[in-house]
Design a protein around this ligand. Structure first.
Ligand code: FAD
Length: 421
């Protein structure tokens, strides 16, 4: 339990800086557990919860129905280790129960994403605003916090609109925003500079040119980046892939871009990408199947009339051509060299990443307050007593699918537990 200075009179005075998902969840839960606390949410924008409004295409993908803390933590390129313990205390099952118990019915879609049954992010906002009113949480919109100082008595002097106010506790939940980081830095915290995460790759290669729209349900991708000191970094991921008009997208690419976000940024988005297009087959199995196809079953067919396993036909023909095969010749005429090159292309297709494309889904970046400076049992700063962190202000990011909000809910809940009366 953190040491919180007792306030002069009445309950704790708590300032929540940033009226987004993390700030509201922390404020509401704290108000429920600490009825005497006097909570004020400071929000720089005209309206709070603007990211909740646009989230999930206006439907708000609240969380992900993954109920195992360890497995859940694996969806976070940054924060994986720290969130594990937090999720063992407040995880998607608790989130779902919380929203349903507070009157927002939910639904789980086939891919385990969880949404309000109404498919409306407005309902999430309405719920939060109702609860804030019920618990007399003050919301000050259009009020940017400009300064935050820790005083000798353990309290905080907060400056907004040129006026200073004193608080016992401050919750920093300013999201992914440089002005918010400045407040944390002024209190002695370290901020990792932001870089994008979760984006498609620009890949220019004859073998995929003109094939936009083609997808495959399962490929294995290996991303190899080189840092300035010559060190090689490798990330590996499996999943579906989509060929776009600028290169490659889909879950496997998003995963690689997320886990390799920092290395990719340092390498100016120049990297090698190796794809195993048939990860379900060992190289020996592939050889046998291909041998039977080209020299036995389809031997008399022209190569342009053959097809192979799960590889979409146009991609298969492009791979054959790329391996040096003549498509208008019979399959049985495929040379040993072409056969071996084809195996190489199918198991280790080598591509060059030459940039990043903008993401059409969630916009997620990594960077923020260094995780080791926060105690994840309470979300309290390890540097400044009575200062708490929630949400994207920290160097935490998850894949798409409700994971980013879950990190906000879990942190908000942990803060409220720490501030329980
Ligand atoms: C288009 C889009 C769709 C998304 N969809 C999903 C989804 O469906 N599911 C999911 O899990 N995640 C989604 N995300 C990610 C998710 O929205 C974020 O992870 C989440 O909103 C972060 O919440 P937060 O409270 O940490 O920060 P924010 O929501 O950014 O809130 C921070 C608030 O602090 C305010 N602020 C900043 N500085 C100050 C200051 N100095 N004083 C006062 N106020 C300040 C800001 O105005 C802001 O309102 C989406 C993101 C985007 C951009």
């Amino acid at each position: 339990m953190p040491t919180i200075p007792a306030s002069q009179s009445g309950g704790l005075r708590i300032a929540v800086i940033g009226g987004g998902a993390a700030g509201f969840f922390a404020a509401i839960n704290t108000a429920e557990k600490n009825p005497h606390a006097r909570i004020t949410i400071y929000e720089a924008a005209h309206q709070p919860l603007q990211k909740v409004l646009i989230s999930g295409g206006g439907r708000c993908n609240l969380t992900h129905a993954c109920f195992d803390a360890l497995r859940l933590s694996e969806f976070y390129p940054r924060g994986q280790k720290e969130l594990r313990s937090l999720f063992s205390r407040f995880q998607p099952r608790d989130t779902m129960r919380w929203f349903e118990n507070h009157g927002l019915p939910l639904k789980v879609e086939t891919d385990n994403r969880v949404f309000p049954r109404s498919d409306s992010s407005q309902d999430v906002i309405a719920l939060f605003l109702d609860l804030a009113e019920k618990y007399r949480i003050q919301i000050r919109t259009q009020t940017r916090v400009e300064g935050l100082e820790a005083q000798a008595d353990g309290r905080f002097s907060l400056t907004a609109k040129g006026q200073a106010e004193i608080y016992d506790v401050c919750i920093l939940s300013t999201g992914f925003s440089p002005p918010g980081w400045k407040l944390a830095q002024a209190l002695g915290h370290t901020v990792l500079p932001p870089v994008p995460s979760l984006f498609p790759f620009v890949v220019k290669a004859p073998v995929i040119t003109g094939l936009q729209g083609i997808s495959m349900p399962l490929v294995n991708g290996k991303l190899i980046t080189k840092s300035e000191d010559g060190k090689t970094h490798t990330q590996q991921a499996e999943g579906a892939i989509l060929i776009t008009h600028t290169g490659l997208s889909g879950p496997v690419i998003y995963r690689l871009s997320a886990w390799g976000a920092r290395e990719l940024a340092a390498a100016r988005y120049q990297a090698k990408l190796q794809l195993d297009l048939v990860p379900h087959l060992s190289e020996d199995e592939l050889r046998q199947i291909l041998q039977a196809l080209l020299y036995k079953n389809d031997a008399k067919k022209k190569l342009e009339n053959t097809s192979f396993e799960s590889i979409p036909n146009r991609l298969w023909l492009a791979l054959l051509a790329d391996a040096g095969a003549k498509l208008d010749e019979r399959a049985e005429t495929t040379s040993k060299k072409t056969f071996n090159t084809l195996i190489e292309r199918l198991k280790r297709l080598q591509l060059s990443v030459s940039g990043k494309s903008p993401s059409k889904e969630e916009f997620v970046s990594c960077g923020g307050v260094l995780l080791k400076e926060t105690d994840f049992k309470t979300m309290q700063s390890r540097k400044v007593p009575s200062l708490f962190f929630g949400g994207e202000i920290m160097n935490i990011d998850g894949l798409t699918g409700g994971f980013n909000f879950q990190a906000c809910w879990s942190a908000g809940w942990a803060i409220s537990e720490a501030l329980k009366a």
